[in-house]
Design a protein around this ligand. Structure first.
Ligand code: SF4
Ligand code: SF4
Length: 507
């Protein structure tokens, strides 16, 4: 087991609700974004003298814009149903990581400045002044929330802590307390085209190298085309797929699927990133700017279909926001959106998830697979939060749960679900989502992974599971780092198309 500067939680047979340990994670601060990063994003990089007025003005702005935020801040009755539903509370035992407590950090300020009772009788209604101490708590604990929405599933009012976290981060950015990790990535994707800052020539080299590897491995000349005008499909995938392990195995899988089905496809240098960290910051304008690259690439290349690779939050943005942000799908009515809607083939979902595309091809017999080629694996599936609780897939309700499982079961012979209360809409976050996948939050990430690791450990013991498939680039990166801390091999996590890649028959 790798050494760590903090205690690794003990895996028990069941997910235990811990005893409260006040302030135990108050030290876990993610790095602040420096001046050049904040400058590019159009935010200040330090607190100005009037930071408090500025924060309250922004809060008022968000309350006016997003009715849901006001409803969530007003509606909580402190019933306690959400308290033990957050993986960060379960893993750290810090009471401020309980969803209701995380909400209360903002709710107490909201009551103080935006409600009559809070203005007149603050103590009676739990209202609190916005002080630097409160702002620091916001920074710490809104960066110990992966915006996974699990708590909202168990709240009788459907209060979504993720939206409160997003609003908190937007206000923090506005006063000069942006997070280095997320804002640096947002800079790279806008300047270079992907989160990793991988320039076009390096991307071309990487793809050529992969083509050689696939041909050496299979004897078949499977291509990874890029910037091909007139291709049928534009594949938009997380940039981690281009060079990280195990992500790249799924990219190889997508390429084999298109090859076997005879579908012409292309990647794009301009839109070489499906991820959109604008979501994590709660800033729709940033999210729109990042998403617009996809529309530009689709128009430029003249494609008929847009398919999204294995990335959880990217699929949420694509499925739930692209239509109104960019006109991909239906909703926007500016001239470019109308042009794009005419260009895209109405016989396919726009956008479509790669799992749905591949599953349809297998079920209809257009591509052939041999599941026995995965007989060395006993597989389970980790539902990624943003796919599970913020999107759908296919035409049937719950398709985001059934399609990936149907696909896995068609390419492997040994599959076991983890415990019911840890999958589907109750899935536990990997611990690294929502802008937390940074080494300066390693303690939060490792401890936050405890509930998922507990469920995994149980299927390892009961069924000898040795592979956990997932369709999220962040989950893959998080688990390869975190699983070894709990004594598991990092190679036991991988993509669904990694399994497809092994089982597919190529001509
Ligand atoms: S991390 Fe998930 S469960 Fe925890 S408070 Fe945030 S949205 Fe809720
Ligand atoms: S479950 Fe909902 S109403 Fe109950 S404490 Fe949590 S947020 Fe408040």
């Amino acid at each position: 087991m790798a050494a760590a500067e903090f205690d690794i939680p003990e895996i028990k047979d069941y997910i235990e609700v811990p005893k409260l340990r006040e302030g135990v994670m108050a030290h876990a601060k993610t790095f602040l974004a420096p001046k050049p990063v904040q400058d590019f994003m159009g935010y200040p990089h330090e607190l100005a003298d009037n930071w408090k007025e500025s924060a309250l003005e922004k809060m008022g702005d968000l309350l006016g814009k997003y009715r849901s935020l006001k409803v969530f801040l007003d509606a909580c009755v402190h019933c306690g149903a959400c308290t033990d539903k957050c993986h960060y509370y379960l893993g750290t035992s810090d009471p401020k990581n309980m969803p209701v407590a995380r909400q209360d950090l903002m709710r107490q300020v909201y009551r103080r400045y935006f409600t009559t009772a809070g203005k007149l009788f603050p103590k009676l209604v739990g209202a609190k002044d916005l002080t630097k101490e409160v702002l620091d708590d916001w920074y710490n604990y809104y960066h110990q929330c992966s915006e996974c929405r699990r708590c909202s599933v168990f709240c009788p009012y459907g209060i979504d802590t993720a939206e409160i976290t997003m609003a908190g981060r937007e206000i923090l950015n506005h006063v000069g307390m942006g997070q280095k990790y997320s804002n640096e990535i947002l800079g790279k994707v806008q300047k270079i085209g992907n989160n990793l800052g991988l320039p076009g020539p390096a991307l071309l080299d990487t793809l050529e190298g992969l083509e050689e590897d696939i041909e050496a491995d299979t004897g078949v000349a499977v291509k990874l085309p890029i910037d091909v005008k007139g291709a049928e499909v534009l594949l938009v995938t997380p940039s981690a797929d281009f060079f990280s392990e195990p992500h790249v195995e799924s990219l190889i899988g997508y390429a084999k699927v298109f090859h076997a089905a005879g579908i012409s496809w292309t990647l794009s240098t301009h839109a070489s990133e499906a991820g959109n960290f604008g979501l994590f910051n709660g800033n729709y304008e940033t999210m729109r700017k990042v998403a617009m690259r996809i529309r530009d690439a689709a128009l430029e290349l003249g494609v008929k279909r847009i398919v999204v690779g294995e990335c959880g939050h990217a699929w949420r943005v694509a499925y739930s926001f692209w239509n109104t942000l960019t006109g991909i799908g239906y909703g926007a009515d500016d001239p470019f959106s109308i042009e794009l809607q005419k260009q895209l083939d109405p016989n396919y979902p726009q956008p479509q998830h790669i799992c749905e595309l591949t599953n349809d091809l297998i079920q209809s017999g257009r591509i052939k697979v041999d599941p026995s080629l995965n007989d060395d694996l006993i597989v389970t599936y980790h539902d990624s939060c943003n796919v599970a609780r913020a999107s759908r897939m296919g035409t049937e309700p719950g398709g985001q749960f059934t399609i990936p499982r149907e696909l896995i079961k068609s390419v492997v012979n040994n599959f076991h679900n983890m415990a019911d209360d840890t999958i589907y809409e109750s899935t536990f976050c990997c611990g690294g989502g929502g802008g937390l996948l940074t080494d300066d939050l390693m303690e939060v990430r490792v401890k936050g992974a405890l509930p998922r690791v507990t469920a995994l450990n149980n299927v390892v013991k009961e069924h000898k599971v040795n592979f956990m498939a997932t369709i999220c680039a962040i989950c893959k990166a998080q688990f390869t780092k975190v699983l070894p801390k709990y004594g598991f091999d990092m190679s036991m996590v991988g993509g669904v198309h990694q399994l497809v890649s092994k089982a597919i028959k190529l001509d």
